[in-house]
Write a protein that binds this ligand. Structure first.
Ligand code: UDP
Ligand code: MG
Length: 309
């Protein structure tokens, strides 16, 4: 008998925990016929509502339900890592608690694993029901990432992904502190089959991602999988040196021909403030990478567990 681990990161999902369980169990018979057992790992990411008691209740009824509960909110990325570490399955699948990742897709996903794929990933082809500015910036972000990063990051990719044990171990071997899961999946490689589906709105509760949280997350993604911003700083430096040489020549020639009537105070101020700005920007970029390095070097744990079932 093989085992499939279903990993569900939850942050304030009290209503979705039992609902998700019911919906998932509709797929149970398919897997039983295939000789695959299920295990469900709810990772509670420091929820402030009744998420943990709800999982405990399910655990009392069904011993295949497990819980990892964090001491505080560590973010979904940490939740994914914790779930994958706890998973004992020959396969693992990551799913959101809000049922935006439809369990009805599982049989199809599994059939590709049977065909020999190492992982089956999903992407949504529409962003129906999402605020338009969010979709706009998301599209820009993926386009930018494709240009500046060597790692493949697919537009609309979800974290809904079925993987073999080999892929799970590869992901667990990446112990970086700044985790950008979409990039990590691309980085580890392996044979991946992509399935597409229309966006589904969340079942209950509200999204945990504000616009600014997403914006910060996208910067995190850029810095974790690209060093292009650092290169931009060097390119700017070269450009300004070049400009300066031309200006010097112009001024020397002009002074030789027309003499030196005192003027040019406003242009001087403009040039100085512009260069000052560019320098601060570049130092800022370097600082961002330095701060990421600082966090990596500290080697703090990705999460702290308060309770486990
Ligand atoms: N989530 C989490 N920790 C967080 C934020 C979200 O574990 O800090 C979980 C959340 O409970 C859900 C999944 O990650 O199961 C996706 O979150 P959400 O549905 O809010 O994001 P969206 O689908 O709107 O991008
Ligand atoms: Mg969601």
């Amino acid at each position: 008998m093989k085992l499939l681990s279903v990993i569900v990161p939850c942050y304030n999902e009290e209503e979705n925990v039992p609902y998700f369980y019911e919906e998932l169990m509709k797929q149970e018979s398919f897997f039983r016929e295939k000789g695959v057992g299920l295990e469900i790992i709810y990772v509670d990411d420091g929820s402030k509502d009744r998420t943990v008691p709800e999982v405990r209740r399910l655990h009392d009824r069904d011993e295949r339900v497990h819980l990892v509960s964090f001491s505080r909110n560590f973010g979904k990325e940490a939740g994914i890592y914790a779930g994958l570490s706890k998973a004992k399955g020959d396969f693992a699948v990551l799913m959101d608690a809000d049922l935006q990742d439809p369990p009805s897709l599982l049989p199809e996903m599994y059939s590709y694993i049977e065909q020999g794929y190492d992982s089956v990933a999903t992407r949504r082809v529409s962003r129906k029901g999402e605020p338009p500015i969010r979709s706009f910036f998301a599209k820009r972000f993926y386009r930018l990432m494709r240009r500046i990063s060597k790692t493949e990051i697919v537009d609309g990719a979800r974290d809904y992904r079925l993987m073999t044990r080999q892929v799970v171990d590869a992901i667990l071997s990446m112990q970086e502190y700044n985790r950008f899961t979409k990039g990590i999946f691309g980085w580890v490689g392996f044979q991946t089959k992509w399935l597409e589906y229309e966006n589904i709105e969340r079942a209950k509760g509200e999204t945990k991602w504000s616009f600014w949280k997403l914006f910060a997350y996208s910067l995190e993604g850029i810095m974790a999988f690209s060093t292009a911003p650092l290169a931009i700083a060097s390119v700017l430096g070269v450009l300004f040196c070049f400009l300066a040489v031309i200006l010097i020549i112009v001024i020397v020639v002009r002074t030789l021909i027309f003499g030196d009537p005192t003027s040019g105070w406003p242009s001087m101020v403009c040039i100085m403030s512009m260069l000052g700005g560019v320098q601060l920007l570049c130092i800022g970029i370097v600082g961002q990478y330095l701060s990421k390095t600082y966090m990596e070097v500290k080697r703090r744990p990705l999460y702290l567990v308060k309770e486990e079932l």
